[in-house]
Design a protein around this ligand. Structure first.
Ligand code: SF4
Ligand code: MG
Length: 314
């Protein structure tokens, strides 16, 4: 709720704070139990920062985070430890997030041993079972990360995230570093594990076609702001925000008869250190009006469960 995460910008001889990068600038949304919520936007829009702030890997600058009704914004100690069990992350680069010196079995056992008193045999059985569930051979237990392909390493990362039977998984671009040919296998795996483990999934991606495949609802981010939130089908059939329209128009269409023109946005994403005043999208917006450079739009409901932040709908 009204979550902000700013990074200080230091400058000058004394490395004094000279400004802020407003990575996440006041976003509010909710995850419903059991759903997949896709958080999408270009790189640098703040979606990873949002994911890491929600999981309390980063400290929020302001705003609140609630999990199952409990305010977790500033818990610490044993309460934070308990919460970590319920909320796990899967990272973009599986190789960088796996310790190369540890056997896969130890990597996946580690969270279990950190949280529960269990016999060696019980842990091993549990981990073998997890490895099978993510589609790895049982002897993966005794191998090292470098012995696996990118897709298999991401399966190891997923097994580790599942080890504590979390309720929520935040997956930050889990397939962006993988070959296209294995992306859909890993996505399908995530989908079936979600059912089996009753997971809620916050799925972060820059690629709208990947998000569509995965999500029940979608939030579109631009320069630290949520500009549109809707059911996935509704968002694709009926995008409201000019930025969402442009993103959707850029998805390659399998049907060549579909002639809807691609909307090309002018310019680059401005710096989040000096975001444009008014609507942050106005310098690039094909539908911008004079008031767009003066007033900042708020996220408002335009239809049932469909919210958009744009003065066209004010
Ligand atoms: Fe475009 Fe104005 Fe809407 Fe911003 S508020 S998206 S500039 S029309
Ligand atoms: Mg990122």
């Amino acid at each position: 709720k009204e979550l902000k995460k700013y990074y200080p910008v230091l400058g000058g001889f004394f490395r004094k704070k000279i400004g802020d990068v407003k990575a996440v600038d006041n976003i509010s949304f909710e995850l419903k139990r059991g759903e997949t919520f896709g958080l999408v936007g270009e790189s640098g829009c703040g979606k990873s920062t949002a994911g890491r702030t929600i999981t309390r890997l980063f400290k929020p600058t302001s705003g609140k985070i609630f999990f199952e009704g409990e305010d977790i914004t500033s818990i610490y100690g044993s309460r934070l430890r308990n919460m970590r069990k319920d909320i796990q992350m899967v990272f973009q680069d599986p190789y960088a997030s796996l310790n190369p010196k540890m056997m896969v079995g130890s990597i996946v056992s580690e969270p279990i041993l950190n949280y529960r008193r269990v016999s060696e045999k019980a842990v091993r059985d549990e981990v073998m079972d997890l490895l099978t569930k993510v589609g790895l051979p049982e002897d993966a237990y005794f191998k090292y990360p470098h012995e696996f392909s990118g897709g298999q390493r991401q399966r190891i990362g997923i097994a580790r995230a599942l080890a504590l039977k979390p309720k929520l998984i935040v997956a930050d671009e889990p397939v962006s570093a993988l070959d296209v040919s294995v992306q859909s296998q890993v996505l399908n795996l995530l989908k079936s594990l979600q059912k089996e483990f009753n997971l809620t999934l916050l799925f972060i991606a820059h690629d709208l076609s990947v998000v569509k495949h995965m999500s029940d609802r979608i939030g579109v981010m631009y320069l630290g702001n949520l500009v549109e939130v809707a059911d996935a089908d509704d968002l694709y059939a009926n995008p409201k925000h000019p930025y969402t329209k442009a993103l959707i128009s850029a998805i390659p269409m399998p049907d060549p008869r579909n002639k809807s023109a691609r909307i090309i946005l002018k310019g680059d994403v401005p710096s989040p250190q000096n975001p444009p005043v008014g609507c942050a999208f106005h310098p690039r917006c094909p539908e911008a009006m004079p008031q767009c450079s003066e007033r900042k739009p708020q996220l408002k409901e335009v239809n049932r469960e469909h919210r958009v932040s744009c003065l066209l709908y004010d």
